[in-house]
Ligand binder design. Structure first.
Ligand code: NDP
Length: 476
């Protein structure tokens, strides 16, 4: 049996927890236990399930500071972002609990007399979830609450890089009244994920992570059984800034979008597509603000930017930077792996602005998942939109302009699941659908009213009370 260890990325000597890695047998036991508990759970009236989710929201609110600090320590995001992440889970609990007393389907008029038709939702049984380290509380909450409301059991595998925060969230759920056994947590690396997503007892798989792993998950999951598979696979998100934009606002958006969470959100801004007339001034403004950001221990309230998740990740980002320079980009200001006093061995990477980037450069096409902002100059809106759309991802995009016509043309033409006007590419709100086009996902949306679709099957019901055979499409 191997062990996984969780470290504080700012100070790796600070160990947060250790877990035994689950092999295929351990995963099988977890799925079996969740499936056994699910049978009774599916009989609990939906508002009763919702009440437990609402209680979880209340407990999370009581523990917001404690959990937010844990997230900050384990995932490396600054305190206000750790708190914001817990707030996402609180908001999600309120939203999903409300769904439990809302519509559960559609009633549709039948074409025939004395006949009724409606839809309802069924649980899938057990949902297998693989969640990432960058939102170790929020993403589990986005998946667990709707899965529970739909009447499912859960086996969740939190990222091996942030397992303690995942465990802490699940502990709050258990305390809220979720029946024993219904939620199982498995940890591990190397084999645990595949054992879970291909287990025959798993009725739906929900994965958030990289495109490469998502493809493997989807292929294997469908090969081994009919099941729902929902994927959220990141982005190469762009912010367009046109000549007439409010540059101070655009600078605020670029700093928060590119360097918040050290650029490690799936919606982080990694491309700044700027109209030539304002490019130099905007880069100067962003560079000045980036230079003033304080790198440090994310649990110190004075810190603006924490570490990236691991030393290996910092080195991967440095490799992308080298590729960008080899392709012809230039660093505007400072860049690279750095150290911070009091954070021995911490994986820190300086917020970096790259100019002279062309749309076909590697840095303009591949997800960086780090604090790298690639600046691409364009002549106008049409070229900007073409550049936004030419990557394989389609998660989030933003446009900064004061011209409503240009803004709405961009909203129409941009091929992403989320578009912001005069706001950065990050900032999703719970009641709205979250997800993307192209390789970002496979059509499902998290959050919002459609979040439940990943975890339930629709059943269509016809009731004929005419007492005789009525033939749809034949009898009129
Ligand atoms: P991965 O995409 O590689 O996902 C790792 C998780 O997937 C682990 O839990 C792992 O568990 C599981 N896994 C790996 N292979 C399989 C498989 N064949 N079948 C089932 N599960 C599998 O993420 P990383 O954390 O390594 O991050 C790599 C990159 O992913 C980042 O640099 C970033 O670009 C992107 N990313 C995107 C996120 C997003 O929000 N969309 C979030 C985090 C990362 P096990 O090893 O046990 O199988």
């Amino acid at each position: 049996m191997t062990t996984i260890t969780s470290y504080n990325p700012a100070r790796p000597a600070d160990v947060l927890g250790e877990y035994e890695s689950a092999d295929a047998d351990a995963v099988d036991r977890a799925v079996t236990a969740a499936a056994a508990a699910q049978k009774a759970w599916a009989k609990v009236p939906i508002p009763g399930r919702a009440d437990i989710i609402a209680e979880c929201g209340r407990l999370l609110a009581e523990r917001k500071d404690e959990l937010g600090t844990l997230v900050s320590r384990e995932a490396g995001k600054v305190l206000i972002e750790g708190g914001g992440e817990v707030q996402e889970a609180i908001d999600m609990a309120a939203y999903v609990a409300g769904q439990g007393r809302g519509s559960w389907g559609d009633v549709v008029p039948s074409e025939l007399a004395n006949k009724m038709a409606w839809t309802t939702r069924m649980p899938v049984g057990v949902v297998g979830m693989i969640t990432p380290w960058n939102f170790p509380v929020a993403i589990p909450s986005w998946k667990c609450f709707p899965a529970l409301l739909a009447g499912n059991g859960i086996v969740i595998k939190p990222s091996e890089l942030a397992p303690v925060s995942g465990e802490a969230f699940i502990a709050v759920l258990a305390e809220s009244g979720v029946p024993d056994g219904l939620i199982q947590v498995v940890h591990g690396t190397g084999e645990t994920g595949a054992a879970l997503t291909t287990h025959p007892g798993v009725g739906a798989v929900s994965f958030t992570g990289s495109v490469a792993t998502g493809r493997k998950v989807a292929a294997a999951a469908m090969e081994t059984g009919p099941r729902l598979v929902s994927l959220e696979l990141g982005g190469k998100n762009a912010m367009i800034v046109l000549d007439d934009a409010d540059l101070e606002l655009a600078t605020d958006g670029a700093i928060f979008g590119a360097f918040g969470s050290s650029g490690q959100r799936c919606t982080s801004t990694s491309r700044l597509i700027v109209q030539r007339g304002v490019a130099a001034e905007l880069v100067d403004r962003i560079r000045a603000r980036a230079d003033a950001l304080v790198l440090g221990d994310p649990t110190d309230p004075a810190t603006d930017v924490g570490p990236v998740i691991t030393r290996a990740s910092a080195e991967r980002i440095a490799g992308m930077l080298d590729d960008a320079l080899a392709d012809g980009a230039t660093i505007a200001g400072t860049s690279g792996i750095t150290s911070v006093d009091g954070c021995d061995g911490g994986a820190f990477f300086l917020p970096t602005v790259l100019t002279g980037v062309a749309p076909d450069h590697r840095i303009a096409r591949h997800e960086a998942f780090g604090p790298l902002l690639a600046v691409i100059e364009v002549d106008g809106l049409d070229q900007a939109v073409a550049v936004v759309n030419q990557v394989e991802y389609g998660l989030s995009a933003a446009i900064y302009t004061q011209d409503v016509n240009q803004a709405l043309r961009a909203v129409d033409a941009i091929d992403t699941g989320i578009v912001y006007v005069n706001a950065p590419t990050i900032g999703a709100e719970i009641p709205l659908p979250f997800g993307g086009t192209k390789h970002t996902g496979n059509g499902f949306r998290e959050a919002g009213s459609r979040g439940i679709e990943q975890f339930s099957q629709v059943k269509t019901v016809y009731v004929d009370y005419s007492g005789r055979l009525q033939r749809a499409q034949i009898d009129t």
